[in-house]
Each structure stands twice: as C-alpha cells, then as structure tokens.
Design a binder for this molecule. Structure first.
Ligand code: MLT
Length: 313
C-alpha cells in the first residue's frame, strides 16, 4: 500500500519532533543500526537512511542498496559516514552542522567547572556519608588564562561564555584571523604559547589526520603545572595514555573528558584517576540539540527526496 512512498529508514533513536517532520509523505521504518545484518537487509529498499553516531555507513552498507538517495547524520560529525564512497554512488550526505554547537559549548564549560570545583568527587563522597570539606578545595576560574584550541563555532561560544567568568582568553586556530578573535576579546596565539600560558585548555577541533594526537605527551610537557584539560570535541585529539600519565605524575591538575579514542568506551587509562571527570559523549545530548539535529536533517531529507535543493544549515 505504501509502495509508492519513499522509505526513510531510521537507524537510531531520533527526537520525536524529527519523526513528525515526515508526516505521511514518506514511509518511516526503524532498524537498529548497530545490528549489521538487520541494517544491510533494511537498507536494500530504503530511499533515505538517518543515523546519529553509532551506525557505520561504510561502503558495505552503500553497496547493499541501489535505492538509497540520502544519508542523513543527525549531528555534526561525519566520522561514521564514508562520504567519498557515498558521493561516488550518487548518494547525498546531509548533516546538521549547527544543531548542537551551543550544547557542546555548554558541556565543555560544565566539565571545566566540575573539574575546577571537584563536583562529582565531592558528590560521591558526601553521598557515601562523608563530610569532607578541605579534601575538595577547588580553584576559581576568575582571573585565570583559558586556552581555547580551535576557534570555530564551538570554540567561540565557549570563549563568550567563559568571558563572563572574568577570565583571560587566548586561542589557537590556524584558520582564524587575529582581528576576528580580537572582536570577541580573545588573543590569538601559537599553539606553543597557548600550552605555556593557559591555566585550563579546552579543545574544539574536528578530528582530522592533522589534529589527531595534537595534545600528546610532548604538548602536555609544555603546559603549566596544574593545568586542567577539557575535551568535549573528539576522542584521540588528546592522547589518553599521555594525559593519564601526566595526571598520575601530578603535572596535569585535572581533566574533563567527554570523548574517547574508541567509543563506546567502557575502559580508559583515565578512569579512576583523581580529578578526572568523564561523560559518555554527552556534548550534544540535550533536548534542544537533539530536537534541532533531528528536525534539521529530517527537513533536508524531505527536500532531497523531493528532488529540491538542500541549503546548507
Ligand atoms: C556530533 O558530531 O554531532 C556530536 O559529536 C554529537 C553526536 O555524535 O551525536
């Protein structure tokens, strides 16, 4: 009965608002994108495939179908989509590049504050029945130098928010002009200078061959003793083993880490270390960001299926 409607295959849980964008113009089907055989079977008759980050859309998936026209990523990163392979087969790839930038920025700030004030450790201790106040002495952000590595959309939002804490903001970004940074009250510096001056460093870069392992043992060795490292961008930008070593040696004072080299991460050299706060890739996990990501890609998918022009978000 629905055979004439395009089939939109949802391989991961999307916000209900996204699903409602589709109305009855398309037939919506569901599959668990991490169940490989089920995905390979379901994609055979799909016109569009919607994913978040858990579904690997590689050449094998793309070869399993000749009906597919669109792959939509409800989020920013296309790490899990083989874009060249899709393009080669004439499959359009869409994402929602601005949907979760505010959420990502707020999460980075949350991690920084959680580490600076030891919120998770103090919470655990108190809930275990201890009343230990001096053990959880923190540090203020006020007056500190914060280094933002990557001054794109998210790095700029983080800087604007941290400016309210009366911090001194410095940023490293080879693609931003000093004038643009200065407009936001941020001093653009080299990576080496940032590493040497910052009391806390927050990373906001995409993961590329150039950025992978950027914050490694050699970079950490250049930082100030007691520095706080925050990574809510991509796993592998900071070398987890090197960071764990620097924390154990007492050089790095603490870390807030949302992303891991291998995800899902059920173990990491960082787990169990003092003053490390970890979250399971929650930067975009807010009601608002999921809503936006879902509706943005649902709209783009509809446009693409209708053969209309899909504008950049
Ligand atoms: C993104 O790329 O959009 C974020 O990392 C969040 C996510 O993976 O959903």
């Amino acid at each position: 009965t629905n055979s004439t409607k395009p089939v939109v295959l949802l391989a991961e849980k999307l916000a209900p608002s996204a699903v409602s964008v589709f109305s009855d113009e398309v037939e919506v089907r569901h599959v668990d994108g991490t169940d490989r055989p089920a995905l390979l079977d379901a994609v055979k008759t799909a016109d569009a495939l919607l994913v978040r980050s858990a579904t690997k859309v590689d050449a094998e998936v793309l070869n399993a179908t000749n009906t597919l026209k669109v792959v939509a990523r409800a989020g920013v990163g296309l790490d899990n989509v083989d874009v060249p392979a899709a393009t080669e087969r004439g499959v359009l790839v869409v994402n929602a590049p601005t949907s979760n930038i505010v959420s990502a920025a707020e999460h980075a700030v949350a991690l920084l504050l959680a580490v600076a004030r030891r919120v998770p450790a103090a919470d655990q201790s108190l809930q275990a029945g201890e009343w230990k106040r001096s053990a959880y002495t923190g540090v203020e952000l006020n007056g500190k130098t914060i280094g933002v590595v990557g001054f794109g959309k998210i790095g700029q939002l983080v800087s604007q928010r941290l400016a309210a804490f009366d911090t001194k903001l410095i940023a490293y970004d080879p693609y931003t002009s000093a004038a643009r940074a200065a407009q936001l009250g941020v001093e653009l510096v080299s990576l080496d200078e940032l590493l040497q001056r910052a009391d806390a460093i927050s990373i906001h870069l995409p993961k590329t061959p150039e950025t992978k392992g950027l914050i490694d043992a050699a970079a950490l060795a250049k930082t100030k003793k007691g520095v706080i490292i925050v990574n809510a961008a991509r796993g592998g930008l900071v070398d987890e083993q090197a960071l764990a070593t620097a924390i154990r040696e007492g050089h790095v004072g603490g870390a807030g880490i949302d992303v891991f080299e291998k995800e899902p991460a059920t173990e990491s050299p960082l787990f169990g270390l003092p003053n490390v706060v970890v979250t399971p890739h929650l930067g975009a996990s807010t009601v608002e960001a999921q809503d936006r990501a879902g509706t943005d890609v649902a709209r783009s998918t509809l446009l693409a299926l209708r053969g209309d022009f899909v504008p950049d978000a």
